[in-house]
Design a protein. Structure first.
Length: 684
């Protein structure tokens, strides 16, 4: 009996080993080694690439391939029971070159899945892909191919997933004939064509997709599509994800889109939409993510939301929505799409009015980002639970509320807060040290910690390496913008007293704006601690004393405004300070030295008068700027090329769409940076 049992167990082990480690066929191993030998990749140490301003990581897959082990055990390789290679994943290997129609890859004819995402092949897309007739999954996103998408891909009739997004790292690739490309792909369920030029009118590209009856996820971000947005798209009844941001439809949203009963994600940001947003869209019970932001001519109002829905991200900023916030947002327990699942509520820059119950908002235990800026909302305040919220972003700029000041006066724990924007209000009083001592997230520099999905990028993470700020006819470029932002904007209020010394412990702060207040005292010499500071605006206050020499050590500082205070002495010398315009220092009678024009006795020449308007009387237009966060390619910091980490992308897709954001005052990044904080929170 014992021998029989042992034999049985050994037999099971043998079966298991055979199943998990099939014997690799010699020809398959030879083809893979030939493929490896034709590629250029980093084998051992990371290498800095000046072309993309990125540190390239060494290979984690190809460098492990060798003759000593069977190919079916190699990283990135999967075989069937007969030893044929059926899946090959070379994503993120940073391969350079080595790809053409004679590649040994195209002799691996049993391949069913092929992932070449995040490489730099720097060649046209080989037509040889058509030889891989068994492919059901093909991912060429961010692969660094150039030129037109070959029509031979249409011969891959078994494809269920096709990802060509951001396939080129330089110029846009093109699909010259979309109907021909997809006509045979009748089994396709997921189609991602982001940042590929498809010059086609609405009825044309929509009609081309109609034969794809199994299509569930469609992403055509920034594809040069033009309108109108055609109602025929709603005939694809299985669609759950539609991402069409960054096109130019110049039309209303078709009413029948509300009939898509499986829709979970709808991204139509920055599409030139007009007309009235169909209220029935809010009633889709499956809808989780809705982004219609940055459509300035899109009108609408909020209905009473469905009680059985599941929405967690609602982005309606920079539209022409008007009316009252519905009671399903302002009063619990009636939910907005089961409101307790809400992660992001972004309603800034509309014409919303009415009263909001803040104690109701405090029940939103999952809410991490709230933006109600530039509306006409009032709030009924109960602070009992609000400090326990895991908020990372709070923007109330240019509103009529008093809650933010009450929040900081309560001195309660708010450890996760990273963005506070309360600009253009009527807050007053002294900013005491104790208000800020619990804002721990701002005290720790975590810029070196970049989540994997941020390294690889995503459509709805659209940072730049540099940010161009336009204000009063001048261009200010903020360089080396990092992936995790912290920002404080208290500008255009009535705050008084000294700058709190505790702020100099905020080592992670990128943006600090106290302009247009009544602050007094000296600029703390410990300001040199703010090593990540990129923008500092202390203009139009009553600050005295000399400019601390430590400011010259802030190597990331790209915007500085100390004008119209009572500063004296010589401007510290340093490459950063001398690179700023004289306007950054004007209006300080006792200030001299480059870049100011001064007399030898230190008196200013051609001094501009102090602005005649009061701190809150200046028009918003004078302080309004647009921060455009567009695309710049790089393999790690988020730029044009898009990595499709699909699970994140379509669970949280509309979360930081293009970020073509207009924010109040000189680098008030409250609204636009909300998305990046949400995305970072989702990862953490």
């Amino acid at each position: 009996m014992r021998i029989t049992l042992v034999s049985f167990l050994l037999s099971c082990c043998s079966i298991y080993i055979t199943h998990t480690s099939p014997e690799c066929l010699e020809d398959q191993q030879s083809l893979l080694l030939q493929l490896k030998n034709n590629f250029t990749f980093l084998d051992k140490k990371p290498l800095y690439s000046p072309i993309i301003d990125e540190i390239i990581s060494p290979s984690t897959k190809l460098r492990t391939w060798n003759k000593r082990t069977a190919c079916c055990n190699w990283s990135g390789v999967t075989c069937d029971n007969d030893g044929h290679v059926i899946s090959l994943d070379l994503s993120g290997e940073h391969i350079v070159g080595g790809f053409n129609n004679s590649s040994s890859l195209f002799n691996l004819v049993h391949l069913q899945k092929l992932n070449l995402d995040d490489n730099n092949f720097n060649s046209s897309i080989p037509s040889g892909f058509s030889k891989l007739e068994r492919l059901t999954y093909l991912n060429l996103s961010m692969a660094g191919f150039v030129g037109h998408i070959p029509m031979e891909i249409s011969q891959l009739t078994r494809l269920v997933t096709l990802d060509l997004s951001f396939i080129s790292h330089s110029t846009k690739s093109q699909i010259p004939n979309l109907p021909k490309l997809v006509q045979n792909l009748t089994k396709i369920g997921k189609l991602y064509l982001d940042d590929i030029s498809i010059i086609s009118q609405g009825p044309e590209w929509s009609s081309a997709l109609l034969p794809l009856r199994d299509l569930q996820e469609l992403s055509m971000y920034n594809c040069d599509l033009s309108g109108p947005l055609d109602s025929s798209l709603a005939k694809l009844e299985n669609l759950s994800v539609i991402i069409l941001d960054g096109n130019n439809f110049s039309s209303p949203i078709p009413e029948n889109f509300a009939s898509l009963k499986h829709l979970t994600t709808l991204g139509l940001s920055d599409c030139g939409l007009n007309g009235t947003f169909p209220q029935k869209m809010f009633q889709i019970e499956t809808l989780r993510i809705l982004d219609i932001s940055f459509n300035l001519n899109l009108q609408g109002s909020f209905p009473e939301f469905a009680l059985s829905g599941s929405i967690h991200t609602l982005l309606v900023s920079f539209t022409s929505f008007s009316g009252e916030i519905p009671r399903t947002i302002g009063h619990l327990p009636m939910p907005i799409f089961q409101i307790r699942s809400l992660l992001v509520l972004w309603l800034s820059s509309n014409r919303l009015d009415g009263s909001l119950q803040l104690d109701a908002i405090s029940e939103l235990r999952n809410l991490i980002a709230l933006s109600l800026s530039r509306n006409n909302l009032s709030l009924n305040v109960n602070l009992a639970n609000i400090f326990e919220l895991p908020w990372k972003s709070l923007t109330w700029a240019n509103s009529k509320v008093s809650i933010p000041l009450l929040i900081i006066r309560e001195n309660k724990p708010w450890k996760n807060i990273q963005i506070v924007d309360i600009a253009f209000n009527n807050f007053n009083g002294k900013l005491q040290e104790k208000y800020f001592t619990t804002w721990e997230k701002m005290m720790h520099d975590e810029d070196h910690v970049v989540p994997k999905f941020i390294q690889r990028s995503s459509i709805y993470l659209s940072y730049k390496d540099s940010v161009t700020v336009s204000t009063k006819g001048q261009q200010v470029e903020l360089v080396k913008i990092l992936t995790i932002f912290t920002a404080i904007d208290f500008s255009s209020n009535h705050f008084e007293g000294p700058i709190p010394e505790v702020l100099m412990d905020f080592k992670a702060i990128h943006v600090l704006n106290f302009s247009n207040n009544a602050l007094s005292g000296e600029i703390p010499s410990t300001i040199g601690n703010l090593k990540q500071l990129e923008s500092l605006d202390l203009s139009n206050n009553s600050l005295v004393g000399e400019i601390p020499v430590q400011i010259a050590s802030l190597s990331f500082l790209s915007y500085l405004n100390l004008s119209f205070n009572h500063l004296v002495g010589k401007i510290p010398t340093g490459t950063q300070l001398q690179s700023f315009e004289a306007s950054s220092f004007e209006g300080n009678d006792g200030l001299y030295g480059p870049p100011l024009t001064e007399k030898p006795d230190g008196k200013r020449q051609d001094l501009l008068p102090h602005p005649a308007c009061g701190r809150l009387d200046c028009s918003n237009d004078q302080n309004f700027l647009c921060v455009e966060l567009g695309f710049v390619f790089g393999l790690g910091i988020i730029i044009g090329p898009i990595m499709f980490w699909k699970q994140w992308r379509f669970d949280n897709s509309s979360v930081a769409s293009d970020l073509k954001v207009c924010a109040s005052d000189a680098v008030s990044l409250g609204s636009d940076l909300l998305d990046s904080e949400f995305v970072d929170a989702v990862e953490s």
